[in-house]
Design a protein around this ligand. Structure first.
Ligand SMILES: Cc1cc2nc3c(=O)[nH]c(=O)nc-3n(C[C@H](O)[C@H](O)[C@H](O)COP(=O)(O)OP(=O)(O)OC[C@H]3O[C@@H](n4cnc5c(N)ncnc54)[C@H](O)[C@@H]3O)c2cc1C
Length: 492
């Protein structure tokens, strides 16, 4: 097993894509579950802090160490099985999402939950319950995890299959591979009408596996994943539509969303049923114009949408979309409609590029990312959007807005140019997150809490819920060695 201790060799492990910085003594690279078990047994007895990392594309500082040792999963990168007949895969946590998708393609299989950044590890996506554009139709990563193998801080192994073990009301009993019983009490956490990755997933009578999905490395190290697959769609309609006003773009999103929900209820095959509904404001388009010069000059908003289709339904579905675009004054003559696979990939890159450009801008100024990750109830989206814009405009800060608007999930990224602007932006950021919580939504729809958003978690849940979540952490990791500083204020 490789261990690196030279600081110049481990610099890359001291930050993530949010540009949060940390420090550690060494990076260790286990190659299998047994090695993870022995590392954790030793760390637990010596009380050494371990921070587990995937490919460090996270945006909340979750994989950034606060001292101790970083455990990188990059050598655990084997796809162990792709079962075409039963449509599942078993993988190690260090498999790159892009490599996984490449393997599935020729088999005509499909794994929808991709978090925009394909350069992440599958273990990281499960640990954060990541979601992305296709979450609008298919839900977050959680909905595709049907089994996990996880090593607890003690070095005990836990193997969980979905549908096998459930809490009894709020009492949860876990049995390790060595037949040790662990009893946990889970808090009652209200289910939200939005996506949510704030804190542990806790529900009455919940499936035990769900506690560990999205636990951001704090409850154990994922060493194997069993993932559900779907048959690949025959074809996908993909288009980027430009609008002269923000209102039109948002109304288009709203109506496409409602139509999609109706189609799902009515199970109609020839109707609007979006796979993805992604929004870009004027400043996001301006930010991208250098890389995509054919963005129309007068565009004030844009929507990238996708819908799965087959040969038979494609013409009728395309007509339905054209009618809807016309109804909302979309600029059809300058919009982009994918004619082939290359165009489709270009639109995916268009969406990905806005996120990477923001991250690059922030790192070039040596600042931490101040991008909102909140989601609000659907009926609040428009009102909320214009209030945000108004608030940020008043400060004079540069900003861009984009996001998974089908899920009413807004990434407003402020782009401070100096420390003073950063402070203004930080205050505004906190206030906006609090308003999102107040509206019945969340401040952390997909990026988790990590090290950067803990204070907001304590605003979202009351003291009782937080102390019960903390009790779960303490029971499963009594020496507090795993991913310290993530989620809880109590830890440094
Ligand atoms: C340009 C860009 C766009 C993005 N867009 C999205 C998006 O649309 N949706 C979204 O959800 N995210 C998005 N992200 C964030 C990021 O890609 C996801 O959070 C991703 O799931 C993190 O994977 P990773 O392998 O990089 O994990 P890391 O960043 O290395 O780790 C993330 C967390 O998971 C824990 N962890 C990692 N591996 C394990 C393991 N094996 N066992 C236990 N814990 C583990 C870490 O401790 C940490 O807390 C984006 C990032 C970038 C850079």
């Amino acid at each position: 097993m490789i261990i690196k201790t030279e600081q110049n060799e481990i610099q890359d492990y001291l930050k993530d894509a949010s540009n949060t910085n940390g420090y550690c003594e060494a990076v260790i690279y286990p190659e299998n579950t047994d090695e993870v078990i022995s590392i954790l047994k030793r760390a637990n007895s010596e009380k050494t802090k371990i921070t587990v990392c995937g490919n460090r594309t996270g945006l909340s500082g979750g994989s950034v160490p606060n001292g101790g040792i970083v455990l990188s999963t990059e050598k655990m990168n084997r796809i162990l099985e792709i079962n075409e007949e039963e449509q599942f895969a078993i993988v190690e946590p260090g498999v790159l999402l892009s490599d996984f998708l490449k393997e599935l393609k020729p088999r005509k299989l499909y794994y929808p939950p991709d978090p925009t950044e394909l350069n992440c590890f599958l273990g990281g996506t499960v640990a954060t319950n990541a979601s992305g554009s296709k979450t609008f139709k298919y839900g977050p990563t959680r909905d595709f995890v049907i089994g996990i193998e996880i090593v607890l801080a003690s070095g005990d192994l836990l193997v969980l299959d979905r549908g096998k073990y459930f809490a009894k009301n709020f009492d949860l009993s876990i049995t390790t591979a060595d037949q040790k019983r662990i009893e946990l009490k889970i808090p009652s956490v209200k289910s939200l009408p939005t996506k949510n990755t704030a804190g542990y997933f806790c529900r009455e009578n919940m499936d035990v596996i769900d506690l560990f999905i999205g636990s951001e490395g704090t409850l154990g190290i994922l060493t194997k994943l069993k993932l559900k697959l779907l048959p690949a769609p025959q074809m996908v309609l993909s288009a980027v539509i430009f609008f002269n006003s923000e209102d039109d773009g948002l109304n288009f999103i709203e109506e496409s969303r409602n139509e999609s929900f109706n189609s799902r209820i009515n199970k109609s095959s020839i109707s609007i049923d979006a796979l993805a509904l992604e929004y870009f404001d004027k400043y996001a388009l301006d930010f991208l114009r250098q890389d995509f010069p054919n963005i129309p000059e007068d565009a004030n908003s844009a929507v990238w949408f996708e819908q799965e289709m087959d040969e038979e339904s494609s013409n009728s579905i395309t007509d339905l979309w054209i009618n809807l675009i016309e109804k909302h004054n979309g600029d059809l003559s300058h919009s982009w409609i994918a004619m082939n696979e290359k165009d489709k990939l270009k639109f995916i890159e268009f969406r990905h590029r806005i996120s990477t450009k923001v991250n690059e801008f922030i790192s070039s100024r040596n600042m931490r990312k101040l991008g909102t990750d909140f989601a609000v109830p659907d009926e609040e989206l428009k009102k909320f959007y214009f209030k945000l814009k108004n608030d940020v405009e008043k400060t004079g800060l540069d900003y861009v807005i984009y996001g998974h608007f089908g899920n009413s999930h807004i990434h407003l990224n402020m782009l401070p140019k100096n420390a003073e602007e950063f402070e203004t932006a930080k205050k505004l950021y906190d206030n906006m997150c609090l308003s999102a919580i107040k509206s019945g939504g969340t401040f952390a729809a997909e990026h988790g809490v990590g090290k950067n958003k803990k204070a907001l978690l304590y605003e979202m849940y009351d003291e009782k819920v937080m102390s019960e979540m903390w009790k779960i952490k303490q029971t499963l990791d009594p020496n507090l060695i795993l991913c310290c500083g993530n989620i809880f204020k109590t830890e440094s």
